[in-house]
Write a protein that binds this ligand. Structure first.
Ligand code: NDP
Length: 262
């Protein structure tokens, strides 16, 4: 689907895998030039080579660093400005979940989780703000359903995710009317972290479809399966696009119906 990104520039953090990579591909297919980052240089380079092959060198910029390093994020923004001259969409996607109960979460774990969840938003927003303002662009935050529907075995992540959702709302007000800020709430999407858990499954004879199906049944996902990264990418591309021009401070659930609240 073409979301209307011709002539636009998008930045995707955590673009080397899963939802981030699917978003990069969807945005490139819709005509955007895309800058992506991730920490692991080898994987990022492999992904960037394929993207350059498929979409052209002039449309892809990649850089390896952690979004928790403010100097590196500022340097990336400068690279995007120099190479593409603008930024119309920032997708804050980089991150991962932490499985722990209250009893098994140490103070250091709490600090690390809050640092990851909040500064993975704060640093990129601050760095790309001038370009986003100039372009009257938008920000899409990839968050989790856990923000509204906490799970006891992910206590720390759930709590930090609620903070992110609160920040999204504040930003949508402070940055209006120039910049729209929205989020998607992921339930369970079969990306890197689930593929890693699949690889470590107890019964190695189970196929991916069987394992994902059993997981979805166990979790009570009404649509009966995990989401595909491309399905999260569609929601991201829509929220960032001109088609969502009157939407800000909103969230879109991409959970196959797993959300229980109304
Ligand atoms: P993946 O593990 O497939 O991808 C995560 C991406 O983020 C990778 O490119 C990774 O590369 C990058 N990344 C992680 N930490 C950093 C960092 N500090 N700085 C820069 N890049 C980083 O995961 P998903 O696609 O599943 O996850 C995408 C987002 O969606 C995450 O924020 C995740 O928490 C969230 N989410 C996903 C759910 C799901 O079911 N899949 C559920 C709820 C939320 P590298 O490791 O090389 O840095």
């Amino acid at each position: 689907m073409d979301y209307g990104y011709a002539g636009k520039v998008a930045v995707v953090t955590g673009g080397s895998s899963g939802i981030g990579l699917a978003s990069v591909q969807t945005l490139l297919e819709s005509g955007a030039k895309v800058a992506l980052c991730a920490r692991t240089e080898s994987r990022l380079n492999d992904v960037a080579s394929v993207l350059i092959r498929d979409f052209g060198k002039e449309n892809v910029l990649s850089s390896a660093f952690s979004v928790l390093d403010p100097e590196a994020v500022n340097g990336f923004a400068a690279q995007v400005k120099e190479r593409f001259g603008r930024c119309d969409l920032l997708v804050n996607n980089a991150g991962q979940g932490r499985q722990s109960t209250f009893a098994t979460t140490s103070d250091d774990d709490w600090r690390a989780e809050y640092e990851l969840k909040l500064f993975s938003q704060i640093h990129p927003v601050r760095a790309f703000l001038p370009m986003l303002r100039e372009a009257k662009g938008s920000i899409v935050v990839v968050n989790s359903l856990l923000a509204y529907q906490p799970e006891p075995h992910m206590v720390c992540t759930s709590s930090a995710r609620a903070g992110v959702q609160n920040l999204v709302k504040s930003l949508s007000i402070e940055l209006a009317p120039d910049i729209r800020v929205n989020s998607i709430l992921i339930g369970m999407v079969g990306s890197g972290q689930w593929l890693r858990r699949f690889a470590e499954r107890e019964d190695q004879s189970q196929s991916k479809a069987e394992w994902y199906g059993a997981l979805a049944k166990n979790k009570g996902i009404p649509l009966g399966r995990l989401g595909d990264p491309s399905e999260a990418a569609s929601a991201i591309a829509f929220l960032g696009s001109p088609g969502a021009s009157y939407i800000t401070g909103a969230h879109l659930e991409v959970s196959g119906g797993l959300a229980r609240h109304i």
